[in-house]
Design a protein around this ligand. Structure first.
Ligand SMILES: [Mg+2]
Length: 218
């Protein structure tokens, strides 16, 4: 079923660690605080702007740049300055990723420093051949098609021989249209997969360990 896969593309947040770590809560709080400080507005207005920017620009940062000329580096460094003590090394996951036949890459909407910190704390540094962060995509996030096109081009990915693993189902619709095998890591029991999901899984390590391993003759 996965014999033809030569590139494994992993999302980062809530995929390479469990959402119970609640890192997004910290990032969201910092985004609101950043807008309050940057624009001199109250919390309610900052939250309203975040919703508005997300709706019209796809990300809070996109709205800040378009409307206020915000420095993206300053924003990304600030909002990702979070406490990672909820994360622990996961050597079983690291081993399962390293054992995958083919190339392993990360495609995240987060900042590069955030990705590197998370991978380090999870014991996953070096388990991937490349990490593509939001800065590598001209700040264009998944699920916009340009984000995937950018990574596909930079990494030289043959979509028909690539699999993408994501916890956010929306982010699998474009990969499926590109011809990738889509694997949805579902954290919500009972939630059904859309037609663009090829495989619905509930545990990443369990799924990976069930796959053929690198160098295994089958
Ligand atoms: Mg995610």
């Amino acid at each position: 079923m996965f014999d033809h896969i030569e590139t494994w593309i992993f999302d980062l947040d809530n995929t390479l660690y469990h959402p119970r770590a609640r890192l997004f809560d910290q990032i969201n709080t910092r985004m609101t605080r950043f807008i309050m400080d940057e624009l001199g507005v109250g919390r309610a207005e900052a939250d309203r702007l975040r919703g508005d920017y997300w709706h019209h620009h796809g990300t809070t940062l996109g709205g800040l740049i378009a409307n206020h000329g915000t420095d993206p580096g300053k924003f990304l460094a600030d909002v990702h300055e979070i406490d990672l003590s909820a994360l622990k090394p996961d050597l079983t996951l690291a081993e399962a990723i390293r054992a995958l036949p083919g190339r392993r890459i990360v495609h995240t909407n987060g900042a590069r420093t955030h990705a590197e910190r998370v991978l380090a704390v999870r014991g996953l540094t070096g388990a991937f051949d490349a990490v593509y962060a939001i800065e590598d995509k001209d700040l264009v996030p998944k699920p916009r098609a340009e984000a995937y096109a950018r990574v596909t081009e930079m990494a030289g990915i043959d979509a028909a021989r690539a699999a993408m693993i994501e916890d956010d189902m929306r982010n699998l619709e474009v990969p499926k249209a590109l011809g990738m095998t889509t694997i949805w890591l579902c954290h919500q029991p009972g939630r059904r997969a859309e037609a663009f999901v090829d495989h619905r899984i509930t545990g990443l390590t369990r799924f990976l360990r069930g796959l053929p391993r690198a160098g295994e003759d089958i």
